[in-house]
Design a protein around this ligand. Structure first.
Ligand code: IPD
Ligand code: CA
Ligand code: CA
Length: 260
């Protein structure tokens, strides 16, 4: 199954590379920041067709139109056809395709592919995480030892105030901060030791299902901001890092939110 998923995700990546950006059919969903293009829809259709050929009894959950979760996933694919759609529309070349395979309500395989860099992040339960087939690990250390990457939850304006307060406090406690526009790649960058920690105030299952699993297999931990496990269903906050930096950030978050 793993090799078939890799083949499919790379084909999806090629569709992103081949996209004619000057004639994209783009419209907004929940607010003016939340855009969808014909490629999001086309790629999701392609993924649905191809993934269900490998496992026809799996449920298919995707951001565009197949987004209804179930109480229990016996077998499921949770996919984001393009994570980083805003980047994609502007030719920013930092977006990816994300596929998680779930059995008995747990992710057991994850793949995230950035076609612009030809980087395939992947993990299989108990086998560690890889980047283009080579093992990756989270970086050790505290916030001050690395660069934090965060998301602005652009589709949920209620998170804005808290996000930017936390970004300032996190910037002061770390080497620097980044905002790149793809939550799945953010989590994979922490998994690969490029960033020390990632946080975002509001994220959907298709954004994190594969990448958070990859982070865990790379030695990281993640949860929502109250340390509750992610459910693969609701939209929640998220923080992920090595165990030490994760705890440090949660403490920092408590002190920032208390002083609100
Ligand atoms: C979004 C990106 C973005 C994050 C948002 C996500 P989309 O996904 O991952 O970085 O801040 O919360 O919804 O809409 O580009 O697939
Ligand atoms: Ca997404
Ligand atoms: Ca998307």
């Amino acid at each position: 199954m793993e090799q078939s998923i890799f083949k499919i995700i790379k084909q999806a990546g090629q569709m992103m590379l081949d996209a004619k950006l000057d004639s994209l059919d783009t419209h907004s969903k929940t607010n003016f920041r939340d855009v969808v293009t014909d490629y999001d829809i086309k790629i999701q259709q392609f993924l649905k067709e191809e993934l269900l050929k490998i496992c026809s009894d799996a449920l298919f959950i995707g951001e565009e139109s197949d987004s209804n979760p179930k109480n229990y996933y016996k077998k499921a694919f949770i996919v984001d056809p393009i994570d980083g759609t805003a980047n994609f529309t502007f030719g920013y070349r930092h977006s990816c395709c994300s596929i998680a395979y779930v059995e008995d309500d747990k992710v057991i395989m994850g793949a995230v592919y950035n076609p612009y860099m030809d980087e395939l992040f992947s993990a299989k339960k108990g086998e560690g995480a890889k980047l283009n087939g080579k093992p990756i690990k989270v970086m050790d250390g505290n916030l001050k030892d690395g660069i934090v990457i965060f998301g602005t939850s652009p589709y949920s304006t209620s998170a804005t105030e808290t996000t930017f307060k936390l970004a300032k406090a996190t910037y002061e406690a770390s080497m620097d901060v980044r905002r790149t526009g793809s939550a799945a790649l953010d989590l994979c960058y922490v998994a690969a030791g490029r960033n020390i920690l990632y946080f975002e105030g509001n994220l959907a299952p298709w954004d994190y299902a594969a990448a958070a699993f990859i982070l865990e297999e790379a030695g990281g931990v993640y949860s929502d901001w109250n340390e509750a496990p992610m459910t693969l269903r609701d939209k929640t906050s998220i923080v992920g890092a090595n165990p030490k930096a994760y705890k440090e950030w949660l403490k920092l978050k408590d002190s920032v939110l208390k002083s609100n």
